[in-house]
Design a protein. Structure first.
Length: 460
């Protein structure tokens, strides 16, 4: 496992030669990490609080004195290493659940890893340093550790995953209750984790915003793309889960569940059935959350989709292996490949679109930073009053201006506006009320309330 972890980290480091910029949520965690390091946390505005990412960014924050690019780069390494680990763990787990036959296990692993790599949003989440792939890696690792009988490690890995995705909580509680009764030696650890979990979720948010439940309130702010705004949010959520997975994935997972139920006397069979049940319960949980006002973001469904990828690999490989004659097995393999071909092509096109989107967003991020430098840096920006920027770049400008996110998000007319009309830039703040004063870098423009407040821009 150490070699695998090292390989994932090295792969993540190497990936920094590609377009590498965090997106909205990760930039908020990076800002909050800097604020924790300076003992001045402000979480009044921004995305919902996530304990584990901010723990990493707080650790990296002092390195900004050497180079301001180090904290975001290091967080991207952590997040991308987690995404690579998730791919590897999907392969390992599918291979293990498929049974002792080497060819069957290899086929199951390859199908699972390929399906995961083609999952809508996977590349985008990986590229921009979102938390969901890392959470998936920890959950799959926990499943493997359970199969190995390492219950203490399962509890710790589940705890870490829950610091990334709160939906893990009910599953972690269920496992903790079972472990409490079956492994008395773990009770002290479980008690400590039970105390630490709410403390890490609630106390920093309480300190930063004055509301310990602020993260939940922020997650229910219902942006205009939220599924909770639909006539039947729960039904829209189920539809999104189906769109993310697709019929071939669902049929393969169903086949794996059938094989697992038939072999429920075995460890692998019981694990397969448990994973299938977990995926269904996860989707139902997110559907209920969406009905309750949460957005139903695609990454909420990602753990369930990943489990579907693993089970689809197992189901397809086991179905072919169950055919008694070689020629029939070849025919079934061909049939499955032809049936899955349209799904694979469509998802491959999606990966290409994600790569293009990631490149465009990275360019906008880099150009915004360059525009701030052209103005004269954070001090020159703040000299004109609280700055503003397109909604999707509020957290990035907070990092560049070295101010709390709220001081950017609330700015409506006092200071400079960094404005871009690019689609990936998102909604601007009051740009129509400004007078255009200077071209920025790339597609960015610097706008000011009036000509008298025009910034002194260095050409470059």
């Amino acid at each position: 496992m150490r070699r695998l972890l090292a390989a994932c980290v090295l792969g993540a480091v190497a990936s920094l030669v590609l377009p590498s910029e965090p997106s909205y949520d990760p930039w908020a965690w990076i800002v909050w990490g800097r604020e924790i390091a300076s003992l001045d946390l402000d979480t009044v505005r921004g995305p919902s609080w996530k304990p584990l990412p901010v723990a990493f960014t707080a650790l990296f924050a002092p390195l900004s004195h050497i180079d301001e690019g180090l904290p975001p780069a290091l967080w991207l390494v952590v997040a991308r290493a987690g995404a690579l680990l998730a791919l590897a763990m999907a392969f390992r787990l599918a291979r293990r659940l498929a049974g002792p036959a080497r060819a069957t296990g290899l086929a199951a692993g390859l199908i699972a890893a390929t399906a995961l790599a083609l999952t809508p949003g996977w590349l985008r989440n990986m590229a921009h340093g979102n938390e969901a792939p890392l959470a998936v890696a920890l959950m799959l690792w926990a499943v493997e550790r359970h199969l190995d009988g390492e219950r203490v490690q399962v509890a710790v890995l589940g705890f870490l995953a829950c610091l990334l995705r709160p939906e893990v909580f009910p599953f972690l509680v269920a496992y903790g209750v079972w472990l409490w009764h079956s492994e008395p030696r773990c009770r002290r650890l479980l008690a400590g984790l039970a105390l630490a979990l709410p403390a890490l979720w609630l106390v920093p948010e309480w300190i930063g915003s004055g509301n310990p439940l602020g993260a939940g309130a922020q997650a229910r702010n219902e942006p205009d793309w939220s599924l909770s705004l639909h006539d039947h949010p729960w039904l829209a959520a189920l539809g999104r889960a189906h769109d993310l997975g697709g019929l071939p994935l669902e049929l393969g997972a169903l086949a794996a569940a059938v094989f697992g139920w038939r072999e429920r006397h075995s460890v692998a069979g019981r694990a397969t059935v448990a994973l299938a049940a977990t995926a269904v319960l996860w989707v139902l949980l997110v559907a209920a959350m969406t009905q309750g006002g949460f957005s139903g973001s695609p990454r909420y469904f990602l753990p369930a989709v990943v489990i579907g990828c693993v089970l689809a690999g197992v189901g397809a490989a086991r179905a072919v292996a169950a055919v008694p004659r070689a020629e029939l097995a070849v025919a079934l393999t061909a049939l499955l490949a032809v049936s899955a071909y349209p799904w694979a092509i469509e998802h491959a096109k999606g990966v290409s679109r994600q790569a293009a989107d990631a490149q465009r967003l990275a360019r906008l991020q880099q150009d915004l930073s360059a525009t701030v430098r052209r103005v004269g840096g954070h001090e020159a920006v703040l000299a004109h009053g609280p700055p503003a920027v397109n909604a999707a770049f509020v957290t990035r400008l907070a990092w560049e201006a070295r101010v709390p996110i709220a001081q950017v998000a609330r700015a409506r007319g006092d200071g400079l506006v960094f404005y871009s009309g690019a689609r990936k830039a998102g909604r601007p703040f009051g740009a129509g009320e400004r007078v255009r004063m200077w071209l920025g870098t790339g597609r960015w423009r610097i706008l000011s309330p009036n000509p008298i407040q025009a910034p002194s821009v260095t050409k470059g």
